[in-house]
Design a protein around this ligand. Sequence first.
Ligand code: ATP
Ligand code: MG
Length: 307
Amino acid sequence: MKAVETFNLTKHYSRGKVKALNDFSLQVETGQIFSLLGPNGAGKTTFIKLLVGLAHPTAGHATVFGKSIKNYKMHQHIGYLSENHRFPEFLTAAQVLYYYGKMSGVSSSDLKDRIPKLLKQVNLTDWTNVKIQKYSKGMMQRLGLANALIPDPDILFLDEPTDGIDPVGRREIRDLLKALREQGKTVFLNSHLLSEVERVSDEVAILKNGKLLQKGRVEDFISVKEQYQVKVISENNKINEISEKLSIPVSYQNEFYNIAVQDDAHLNKFIDSVRRESITIQAIIPRKISLEDFFIDVIEDKNGEVK
Ligand SMILES: Nc1ncnc2c1ncn2[C@@H]1O[C@H](COP(=O)(O)OP(=O)(O)OP(=O)(O)O)[C@@H](O)[C@H]1O
Ligand SMILES: [Mg+2]
């Protein structure tokens, strides 16, 4: 079963003047970390709000684990961290989790058991009984994450979860999200931090002006087909000669030759020629671009639209 499926989901605000989401159809597999990317105002938060029932679609519909988003029972499977969330500042972390947990319908005995574990998971144990007005931004985000996990959800919708968190904290959150995936949970992320997204996501979708531009596996987007980085030891310009002979475009950058071959046979011919010259090959690595480069190309429409 798909974790999320949307069918021409559309949301207009201000009597149709703002088209936040247009005919957005998307499928998210169960057990994945899925990230929705897009520039400011693309419609990412709107999408999550529709799925968690905080806004209603203008047209189209959606399901979460096969249940319509109109069915309030589907909320039992959902954990949600909103963008710029605010908890009452006079509460402690334990109290926030207790009251919000009660509102989500979790029993007192389950909460008693779960709250210390969740606070440990997000590294807030020492702050359990401290009022949250003393918390840093990163600590508030981690508390928000613990709060999203309180109902023991099958899917988590996290709107900018690493916003304001330092690099060590971000790594902790990445590890936590991966651990949740190991447990079979689905994680749906909105994020601007593309290096984070690249490290943690199985699939991504790119949204612009409420429209889907691309969707696919991160690995496929960042791998450059038939291009390799080659590192060799002392070769006296032989690589350039070989490349010319085999019609392989080549450039040199940061101690690596970037080569573009036609196929595996072409690559092997190159390797044979290099070895025939007794040049030592230290590494041959498939060339990758960063997700950020890919994202910018898509947003600037260099890769064209998929649909
Ligand atoms: N309640 C609302 N009333 C009117 N317009 C709204 C409302 N909420 C969002 N919008 C508009 O809808 C569009 C999409 O906004 P949304 O918050 O979903 O974008 P986003 O991709 O989450 O952006 P960001 O990266 O800045 O968080 C924007 O043009 C925004 O101004
Ligand atoms: Mg947003």
